[in-house]
Design a protein around this ligand. Structure first.
Ligand SMILES: Cc1cc2nc3c(=O)[nH]c(=O)nc-3n(C[C@H](O)[C@H](O)[C@H](O)COP(=O)(O)OP(=O)(O)OC[C@H]3O[C@@H](n4cnc5c(N)ncnc54)[C@H](O)[C@@H]3O)c2cc1C
Length: 278
């Protein structure tokens, strides 16, 4: 099947793009890497009259940092993050995650902002950004909104991004040299979406201890109790708490799926354990 006809526009700046999206008669949609939108157009699951290509807007291609936080623009591709074209202040977490997304042809085009906006609960960036405690920055004509990544997903394929808004950047805490992280993705073969994701991040210098189970059917699940044990008693003790916490929070989910999440999270903790032992 081929897409229904549409116009294509390439705005030069954010204001122009936002004006195009705000025009209620235009039925316009943001186009970034096209890796999810392309198939949806072909299947006619999306039928916009106008595609607004945001890839060449300079404001969306900025990485900047201060002593506590850093910001990465929405249109950096997975491959640019993987290759270090975009500066990294996550102690290698983001490049590692990028490397595990799909395969290189998809990573060359797919963008971090597009992945978040697409709001697939199995997406790697959604779990990563929630785990690290990032904030998603959205811009509309009325101004800027900031949404904690953990609350960004409203349901499968539905997010906080309004139809006339652009996800412009992601703000993350800057991890210190003491940071340790573990990221584990359960999938049948390389390049697939995750069946389950486990993320552990500990950075005693900035007081960050977080554990997350991702690729649930909805929002990623923060494991607060396990994270508290991680902070006070270390990764091996935290790993013992994980099953009870996941079972309690996701009792409606079938046991096989819960087991995948337990395995993913425990393996992310195991990585911390191994790093500490080294
Ligand atoms: C074969 C294959 C395997 C894949 N495997 C994985 C995987 O393992 N893990 C994973 O996480 N992902 C995977 N993906 C998805 C991939 O990461 C896509 O890049 C991503 O979902 C969409 O990003 P995009 O830049 O291509 O967005 P597009 O396809 O251009 O857009 C997707 C949606 O987001 C909207 N949008 C895009 N950018 C913005 C913005 N800045 N502001 C507001 N709205 C915006 C668009 O309007 C559209 O609705 C896979 C995709 C394919 C095709």
């Amino acid at each position: 099947m081929k897409p229904a006809p549409f116009d294509y526009v390439r705005p030069r700046d954010l204001q122009e793009a936002l004006a195009l999206l705000a025009d209620e008669n235009a039925n316009a949609k943001v186009f970034a890497g096209g890796q999810s939108l392309g198939p949806m157009l072909n299947l006619r699951l999306a039928r916009p009259s106008k595609l607004v290509d945001i890839r060449h807007i300079p404001d969306l291609r900025v990485v900047r940092a201060d002593s506590r936080s850093w910001w990465i623009g929405a249109t950096f591709t997975h491959a640019e993050i993987e290759d270090g074209v975009a500066d990294d202040f996550s102690c290698g977490l983001l490049p590692f995650v990028a490397r595990g997304i799909a395969y290189r042809a998809v990573r060359n085009r797919g963008t971090v902002g597009g992945s978040l906006a697409h709001a697939d609960p199995a997406a790697d960036w959604l779990s990563t950004m929630a785990a690290v405690g990032a904030t998603i920055v959205l811009r509309g004509q009325a101004g800027e909104r900031r949404v904690p990544a953990q609350q960004f997903l409203l349901g499968a394929f539905t997010s906080e991004v309004g139809s006339a808004e652009i996800l412009t950047a992601i703000e993350l805490p800057r991890l210190s040299a003491m940071a340790r992280w573990g990221y584990y993705k359960v999938c049948r073969k390389t390049g697939e979406f995750a069946k389950a994701i486990g993320v552990t991040i500990q950075d005693p210098q900035i007081g960050l201890f977080r554990i997350l189970a991702g690729s649930t059917e909805g929002r990623p699940l923060m494991l607060a109790r396990s994270a508290e044990i991680l902070a006070n008693r270390g990764p091996d003790r935290a790993a013992r708490e994980v099953r009870d916490e996941i079972d309690a929070a996701l009792s409606h989910v079938e046991p096989g799926r819960r087991q995948q999440l337990v395995v993913a999270v425990r393996r992310s903790l195991q990585k911390i354990s191994l790093l500490e032992a080294a």
